[in-house]
Design a protein around this ligand. Structure first.
Ligand code: NAG
Ligand code: NAG
Ligand code: NAG
Ligand code: NAG
Ligand code: NAG
Ligand code: NAG
Length: 411
């Protein structure tokens, strides 16, 4: 073998390594890519995507609706055009999915707080993406509070509150004067402000961005179902406290409560309304549940500390798939398990229906406004002020640094 052949052999080996080392998993490109394509950089995709929008789904139906809608008129594109395996994602959802030019991507975290935090941590640490200018659109379903909304509503929260991060004793063993079994860490009764704070209790996202997303989402007609229409009527009550549950589906602005425990019923609903008010010093209104949002936000906050994401580019979108509590003449268990509420299908449909104009709006107005960012006029960040600024919640200036953090224990 002459020197020329040796050089060629080395070149071929290097190219073979290059092809195998490519992090992009798309069958379309790895199968059809010949040596000349690579040498001539034909079919070359950027080694690092810089998505303008990243959709975050939590489980299959929330993700499928975006994939299925790809063929619909007016859709922003086919998210299954490029599949990228990212180390550290859920074993059930190991790939990020993107449209062909990489401007919109989607990840499925798998459900509940641990999965959401791990997936977002892996994603934001991955070198496969540049997320510095990316808008994150959390799109999931949740339990709707009939005092604030109804089945198939789509809620855009500003505050995310982790309501079950508390002491809990079973309601059958609570003292006579307790209204609930949940009470804040470091306290001795419900509805007292926590003396021990872990940092993920409250997050606040960009209100100006939220309001732009709402203006896009309000341009479309939401889906509904005949079962949902029928079930809503059972929330008719003499004191009219559930009147918002009687309306047809709409876009609403109110806040999300995260808990791993899928709580249900009037008592826990009211207890967590109080927790939300307490933890946000009266600023937030609990209207919808989630099992992930605080965890997702916690991981995104840590990434913003490294400047790999921008915390002011997060939109939370949650649609009502079921009521969080029973109608006046029913029981908590009937509402949770047996009632045919009819909200699931339209809630899933509405994630795409409301989300599609938001994605398209961000793409269309990218150069004009979104690339440079939507300046927040409210506080954005966590209860610890990790990113700076002054929230209208949290333990306040005087106590800051004294009561906060895992070192403080009253016990
Ligand atoms: C991406 O993955 C989905 C399944 O998750 C598959 O249907 C699709 O064909 C894949 N796309 C490519 C380009 O391989
Ligand atoms: C809701 O979406 C379903 C499934 O696409 C469709 O069959 C139904 O007609 C829609 N209903 C309304 C009221 O939009
Ligand atoms: C509750 O009331 C609604 C409307 O008044 C009725 O349709 C429904 O059957 C009632 N449910 C129960 C469990 O009694
Ligand atoms: C919620 O707060 C209100 C007003 O302080 C109180 O009357 C009610 O008992 C509380 N409910 C629960 C379940 O803690
Ligand atoms: C929030 O409420 C707590 C408890 O009442 C209080 O100590 C704290 O100063 C308040 N925080 C703000 C920012 O007003
Ligand atoms: C986490 O959950 C708490 C309590 O439910 C909530 O106040 C907070 O806003 C949530 N944070 C995020 C980022 O969802």
């Amino acid at each position: 073998m002459g020197l020329k052949h040796l050089r060629l052999a080395i070149l071929l080996t290097q190219l073979a390594i290059l092809v195998h080392a490519t992090p992009l998993d798309s069958h379309a490109s790895s199968e059809g890519r010949g040596l000349w394509d690579i040498l001539l950089r034909r079919d070359a995709r950027p080694s690092q995507f810089s998505p303008k929008v990243f959709i975050i789904s939590m489980f299959d139906p929330e993700a499928q609706i975006w994939y299925e809608a790809a063929g619909m008129p007016g859709s922003f594109g086919n998210l299954l055009a490029v599949n990228i395996t990212v180390p550290g994602l859920s074993p059930r959802y190991p790939q990020v999915h993107c449209i062909a030019d990489g401007s919109v991507c989607q990840v499925t975290t798998c459900e509940a707080e641990i999965n959401a935090a791990s997936t977002l941590t892996a994603l934001t640490l991955s070198t496969l993406f540049n997320l510095k200018k990316t808008y994150f659109l959390i799109g999931g379903i949740g339990g709707i509070n009939p005092k604030q909304g109804t089945l198939a509503d789509v809620a855009f929260p500003k505050y995310a509150v982790q309501v079950a991060l508390q002491y809990e004793i079973d309601a059958r063993e609570i003292p006579q004067d307790f209204s609930t079994g949940y009470f804040s860490f470091g306290t001795d009764a419900p509805n007292e402000y926590p003396l021990s704070i872990y940092g993920t209790e409250v997050f606040e996202v960009n209100e100006a961005l939220r309001d732009i997303a709402v203006s896009y989402a309000r341009t479309v007609k939401l889906n509904d179902s005949t079962d949902a229409i029928a079930y809503r009527t059972s929330y008719n009550s003499d004191d009219q406290s559930y009147n918002k549950a009687l309306r047809t589906p709409s876009i609403i602005t109110c806040d999300v409560a995260t808990s791993d425990a899928w709580f249900s019923g009037r008592m826990l609903g009211e207890a967590f309304e109080n927790t939300t008010t307490l933890l946000t010093n009266g600023s937030a209104t609990y209207c919808i549940t989630a099992m992930e949002d605080n965890a997702t936000l916690a991981a995104l906050l840590r990434a913003s500390m490294r400047s790999t994401v921008d915390f002011s580019r997060i939109i939370i979108m949650r649609s009502g798939s079921n009521f969080d509590r029973q109608p006046p003449n029913s029981s908590a268990i009937h509402n949770l398990i047996y009632a045919n509420q009819g909200g699931f299908v339209p809630a899933i449909e509405n994630l795409f229906i409301a989300g599609n104009p938001i994605v398209k709006g961000i793409l269309a107005d990218w150069t004009l406004s979104f690339e440079k960012g939507i300046a927040p006029t409210n506080y954005v960040g966590d209860i610890f002020r990790t990113l700076g600024g002054n929230p209208d919640f949290g333990p306040g200036e005087m106590e800051f640094g004294v009561v906060i953090g895992p070192d403080f224990e009253k016990l």
